[in-house]
Design a protein around this ligand. Sequence first.
Ligand code: SF4
Length: 440
Amino acid sequence: METKKKYFIETFGCQMNVHDSEKIAGMLIDLGYEESSSKENSDIIVFNTCCIRETAELKIMAKIGDTKALKKKNPNLLIVVCGCMTQQKGMSDILKKRFPFINLVIGTHNLNELEDYIKEYNYKSKFNSIVWDKEQEIKEDTKIYRTSKYNAWVNIMYGCNNFCTYCIVPYVRGRERSRKVEDIVKEIEELVKENKYKTITLLGQNVNSYGHDFNDGRTNFVYLLNEICKINGDFKINFMSSHPKDFSFELIDFIATHNKMSRALHLPVQSGSNSVLKAMNRRYTAEHYKALVDEIYKKIPGVSLTTDIIVGFPGETEQDFEETCDLLKHCRFSSIFGFVYSRRNGTPAATFENQVPDKVKQNRITRLFELQHQISREELQKMIDNKFEGVIEKDEKGNLILKTFNGKSIKLNEDNLEIGQVRKVLVTDIVNNELQGKVV
Ligand code: SF4
């Protein structure tokens, strides 16, 4: 029997990249490859890269370097590098100089062409780079190999128009382009047919500005959600990422009145100081953000709110940092993703002169996490003796959990539960900061 060629994809960065890797896998399976559990046994290795932080780039470079030995052992091994890192100006030359054994470098704008490139590729060719400058046309016939049994990711738009001063994304992912409502609805109809997927997560760099590029006076994010909610089936809708400047009160009302909308919201604030928000070019104030949060808590009972915070942004004073802590106390997030600001070449903030010393940044992030841990603990305590609905899943250690529709994980000490079922669970205890519960 003929053995199939094998692929291995190493993914770095955000959910957007994780979903892109599902598309890459779909293309490779279409070409007759099958998934391999290790690089050593593979015929093609794809590095789907991220450049959001320079430390991530260093890590990726080291991983690419490690494949030199594999390539020596197997000269027919095909090494492909794609993703945000390769879309940066000059990156192809750097990769060529450092890793001439790479076979193919492609950018974010022509990722969908990968299948054709591999079909046409001459394995004996040396280093090859095809990085388009112009933004990718939206392709609707991409094959996707979905890696989760419970949650399906669905792109609703690509690119970003916001140019936050610390962020490289608009430079490597291009301007905002929305998929058509009917194409998104068609994809989701297939996904929820026969109860296949219980949660659908809509993806975009700023989903709240979905449809603005159509300029038709009708299509926006709430319009899209309304069309998705009309689809028959028992499923919940999540979305990420949101931008507070575009997160509307209309959207809050919509979530509050539609059962299919998940009660887990992620709304990145980044800072509680208006002067830092201005320097970041975020285009909202801390007051506006708090007003949104107050409205969310008022209208959507049981909602669980999370956020992103950057500490030590250039020019951040102790007073600015205290204002971020005050915002945390006001908003009482379930959890936060906290980051120390690090310079990202190619962004405006990397050139700001008033950089904050590392020691100060470290001190602030420690204090930020201490404060948030206390708030998170208090919020978890409030869940004891309450019931929550969600989907039975397995965590990364193989334990059965209930993933609630407001974004929490509750550990279950039962083994006769079917994965993928929707169940109700009573929270009984907290052990090592983990919720414990039993099915009711
Ligand atoms: S909204 Fe800001 S942080 Fe988010 S991708 Fe766009 S530029 Fe980057």
